[in-house]
Design a binder for this molecule. Structure first.
Ligand code: MG
Ligand code: ZN
Length: 233
């Protein structure tokens, strides 16, 4: 008698990853591009979101999920004032968003008719990298005052990025920030990563980011059939 071995074809997913896949399926069914926006506190995620809404709506219909550790609606109010639908998620002190929180936020949103969903994660460069949300692209907002060593100190989050923004470049003349050192660190972890140095305050460089984002949204609309679904974002 021969023993038959059944190959393990199914990847065993954690509960979070399974729910992230369901989130992804809901976005794909509605043909919405989901962006997981990451940063440390104060890098300018909300400023970037507001700028993006101002530049791209009404051509793109945008909604925002705002993750905050405290029950404050400061960021959600700014996003609403800019003209996008905003859902506030209070993580109750948790330092990252997870797929459950995003699934709950979906229930407060109308995904049909949206083009772009931006999820503003909690300001933190560590654990948000480990929790898939179901979004399609990871975008990190770094900023000049944080210093150029962040790719070296937080390689996990830089490795998983689809685009990198360096905000507050208007401060470069006043801050000791070695741009070459920063870029070398990024290049080692994530070769060829799309990179957008810009200033949300002055508007310098924002156009290239908007173009990239519009291209991603358009590409997604044409290709969204759910078949390219991957977890990890
Ligand atoms: Mg914010
Ligand atoms: Zn955390």
């Amino acid at each position: 008698m021969t023993t038959q071995r059944i190959p393990v074809v199914e990847k065993i997913l954690s509960a979070n990853d399974r729910l992230a896949e369901q989130n992804r399926a809901r976005l794909d069914a509605a043909r919405v591009l989901g962006i997981n926006l990451l940063a440390s506190p104060g890098a300018g995620k909300t400023s970037l979101i507001v700028r993006t809404i101002q530049a791209l709506s009404p051509q793109l219909k945008i909604a925002v999920i705002e993750g905050d550790t405290a029950p404050v609606t400061i960021d959600a109010d700014k996003v609403s004032a800019a003209g996008a639908a905003a859902v506030q998620v209070n993580t109750g002190g948790e330092c990252h968003l997870d797929a459950v929180m995003v699934a709950n936020a979906f229930n407060a949103l109308t995904l049909d008719g949206l083009d772009l969903l931006i999820v503003e994660n909690v300001g933190n460069l560590i654990c948000p990298a480990a929790f898939a949300l179901g979004t399609h692209l990871n975008v990190l907002v770094a900023s000049v005052p944080e210093g150029a060593d962040k790719p070296y100190k937080y390689p996990g989050i830089y490795r998983g990025l689809d685009a990198l923004i360096l905000n507050k470049i208007d401060l470069l003349p006043y801050v000791d920030f070695d741009l070459d050192y920063f870029r070398r660190g990024v290049e080692i972890l994530n070769p060829g990563l799309s990179f957008f140095p810009l200033s949300c305050r002055t508007g310098e460089g924002v156009e290239a980011w908007m173009e990239w984002l519009q291209k991603q949204a358009a590409h997604h609309r044409f290709s969204a059939d759910g078949s390219a679904s991957t977890v990890g974002k």
